[in-house]
Each structure stands twice: as C-alpha cells, then as structure tokens.
Design a protein around this ligand. Sequence first.
Ligand code: ADP
Length: 555
Amino acid sequence: MKIRTKVSTYYVIVFVLSVFLIGVIVLHLFKTYIIQNTITRLSDQVYANSDIFIPSSNWDNANVYIENYAENIAINLSKNNLHVRIYNRDKLLKDASSGVILEYSFELSNLNDAVISSLEGKNAYFIENDILHYAVPIRYEDSVVGVVEYIYPLSAEENTIAFFKRIFFISSIASVLIMILLSIFISARITDPLNVLTDAAQQFSEGNFKKVEIDTKDEIASLTDTFNDMAETINNHIDNINMEKAKLDMVLSNLNEGIVAIDYMGNILFKNIRAIQIIGGGIPEDLKFLIDKAFESGQIIKDLHINKRIIRADITLNNDICIIILRDITKDRELEEKQKKFISNASHELKTPVTAIIGYTEMLKEDKEYDETIVEYIYGESKRLKDLVIELLELSRLESIEKSIDKTTVNIGHMVKDVIQNMASKSSKFNIVINSSIEDEIVILADNSKIRQVVINLIDNAIKYSDPGQAIDVTLKKEGRFSVLSVRDYGKGIPKDEMDKVFDRFFRCSNSYQIYGSGLGLAISKEIVEKHGGTIEIEKDIDKGSKFTVMLPMD
Ligand code: ADP
C-alpha cells in the first residue's frame, strides 16, 4: 500500500472513530440533560401543589388525609396534559390525566419500582417504552404516607433527540468527507517530496547522479540534503575511479605484454590491446589447454607457437581468476639462435687451431731452449680452451638434435657404481669420501655415454665444490616409472638467489670464481636429461652444500 493511501486511511479511521465516540458521548449527555430537565419541571410542579403538604396531625389522620385529598391532588397535578397517579403506602388511590380522574384496572394497583423507591423517601424514576415514570414521596413529618407518580411520555424529547441525531449524523458525514479530502491533500504534501526522492534514487541506481530540489523545511529537507551530499560524494568517488581506470587503461594498452584475465567458466574478463594483437579475439586451443591446467596446478609458464610467432605464456591463478601474461619472444629466440649458431661456428673453427697449439706446445715442452713455466702455462691454458671448445661443440650438437636420441638398454646402477669407482682416486686426493646407496637392477633406455657424462659432471662438481675431508652421498633408487639419482655434497653450496640460474649456459655462482670451470657442465647435463624425457633439479630448501636430483623414465 502506498504511503499516501496509508496516511489518508489512518487519518480517516482516526477521525471517524473520534466523531463516533464524541457523538455517542454528546448524545448520551444530551439525553440525560433532557430527562433531568423534565424531572426538575415535574418536581417543581409537585412541590408547587400545597395539598401534598399534610398539616400536623396524628398518623391515622395523615392516612385519612391522603385518601381524602388524593383526588384533588391528582386533578390539580394532571392539568396541562399530564398523567398522574396517587398512592398511599399500599395501593394506587387515584389516576388522573389532563385534570380528569381515570378508572383504573387491577393491574395498575401493582406498585412499580419508582413508586417502591419513593415509598422509601426518595424521588425516583425509570423509563420504559419511552415513558418516564417519576415518583415523588408525600411526607408526613419524617414518614412517607403516599407517592405522586407522573407517567410522562417522552415522545417530544425523543423527537428532539432524533432531530439532534440526524443533524449530528449529517454534519459527521460532511466532516468525514472534508477530512478525506484534507487527508489526501496532507498526505500528498508529505509524499510528493518522497516521490521526488524515490525518482532521484531510481535514477541514482541507473548511474544518473543529479541534484534533488525540494521546497520543504522539514525532516525530508534534511534527508534531501543528505541525499544530495551522498550523490556528490559518490560522484567524486566515481570521477576518481574513472580517472584511475583511465590511467590503468592507458598503462595496460601501452604495455608490450598482452594481458588477459579469465574466470573459471572460461569467460574473458579483460584483454588489453596487445593481447588482441597477439592472440586475436578468442583464446587459441593450446592456450586454453594451458589455462585449464593452471586452474588445476596454480602457475604455468610455457612457450607457444601462435600465428607463426613464439609467445611465452605466463599463467597465474588469483582468486579463481586466471591472469595470463603473453610476451612475444620471437626476436629473443632468433637472437638466441644466432648466438648459438655463432658459438657453434666459432668453437668449430677454434677446434683445429687449439689442437694445433696443444700439439706444438707439447713439442716445445721437449725443447729446453724455452722457459718451462711459460710453455707449461701455454699448454695448460690451451688444454682448458680445448675442453671449453669441446663442451661448446657438445652443447651445440645436443641443441641441434631433434627430440629423439639413440637409446639402448642401460643398467644405470652399474654405470653409477663404475663412475664412483673411477672417480675414487680424484676424491681421495682431496680426502673426500663418496658414500653410495645404489639399487643394482635399475635398467633404463638411454644414450649410455651421455647419461654417464651427466653422472660424471654431478659427482665431479660435488668434489670440486666441497672442502677436503667432507663427504658426498650418491643414491640411486626407483620411484614409480622413474629412476632417481641424487648427488648430495656438504660443500660451499649455491646462494639461494642464484639457484634458478645454475642450468644457464656459462653461469657460474658468485662464490666459486676461484675454482676453475666453464659454466657449461650443468647446461649440457640439463640438455641431455631433457632429451631423455627426464628432469634435473636442484634442492632449494637445503642447509649446507647442495643436492642435485635427476629423474629418468625407465621406459
Ligand atoms: P662449472 O664448470 O663451472 O662447474 P657447471 O655448469 O657444472 O659449470 O656449474 C655451474 C655453476 O654451478 C658452477 O660454476 C658452480 O658455481 C655451481 N655449482 C655446480 N655444482 C655445484 C656444487 N655441487 N656445489 C656448489 N656449486 C655448484
């Protein structure tokens, strides 16, 4: 129900109830007043008649007096169209109407309530069928010897009351109608500003924040002021948000990276211009596959071929929303390829001259004419250069091999034991003990010499980067369909912030510059292991030394 209807209805209900209540009270009082007035009039008439005052005499005379004078009293009191009955203590004595004595029947001799009360000394009345019975005692000294009863039809008074009722009813109806109109007008005065506010709030919810003008000075005016203040504050906030959004849009659209946000239903929530340039309007199938995986595992970084370009997709999950950063790395890849090609060519070209230098230096070593230390130095450095060239060529070859590699059945347990045995002399030189726990019968499909090279590299590094007297633990076991080799040492270890780079080519840790190395061994090992479909990882959460784990599939 509308407020306007409510207010009008309440007003009218309250008014009608009040009018009804007032009407009932006023009519009751009016009726009482009219009856009292009639009673007073009749009383005055009785007391004006001298016959009811019995002269002093004894009790018997008083009774006789009443009986004698009853007719006189009745005739006198019934003049002016009145009806009067006179009683002694036992019975009706006379009944007169309009100054004429009436014959009375037996029933009339019954004393009614007013008469009985009056015989006890009181003026009394009762009304029956619109007829007033009013009784006044006739006294002799302190005793009541008789009663005068007026029988007075109230028709004239009832007519007056009925007339008054009619007037009251008509004026009530008129005032209720006026009240209805007035309440409609008043409720409109109250609700019109509310309607204006409601309209404004409606517009507000549609994003149209305009000021509301209302011509009142009451509570609604302060509500309007508050409403306008609120609109202004929200407007300011929205302006700020829009400004921030414009800045963010500008930054995001000028980024070199494509950014896409996707919810778990696969809906694209956001895509910047660069992302559209890279992947177009939709999401390529390869990327969709990665996104599904990211929703399961959390984060994925993978290079994809999209529209003849190499795109690095970095996918992270944030509160059930997948954020995808796309970077076109085609040029980086080309540059990398060029570098690799250059290194491969250079090392290829270097191999023959370095071998020649080593050959000639060996000859010079025989010749006593040259300073032995210098020749030895040249010889040593040339050998290192040759090792480096060989490693570089090895790496280039591995990188150029397409996925597959020549595999034969290899008992890796035997191979690891053999490597440990071969390296025992080197480790004992540094007083380093190699503890091993090797499961014998682990057979894998692999390129024997290459996997051997990985094992040698890991154990060689462990010896190289340990201090004399320390131990190395080598373990080999099966785990599901993988053989798992781990090499753990307690040496200088690898700084935490450099752990991610140890498999990069030429990377050497900041704490190992005094120890000779090319920074290629782990890069080659990684390349070999991955070509076998395996993984090589470094244990990140370690107290002292380092631990490398190689997992190779057995099938
Ligand atoms: P390098 O010929 O320099 O040993 P690698 O590729 O084998 O080259 O290793 C790369 C770098 O990783 C090393 O220079 C060294 O700093 C670090 N490293 C490798 N293995 C270990 C190890 N067991 N303990 C400490 N540092 C190591």
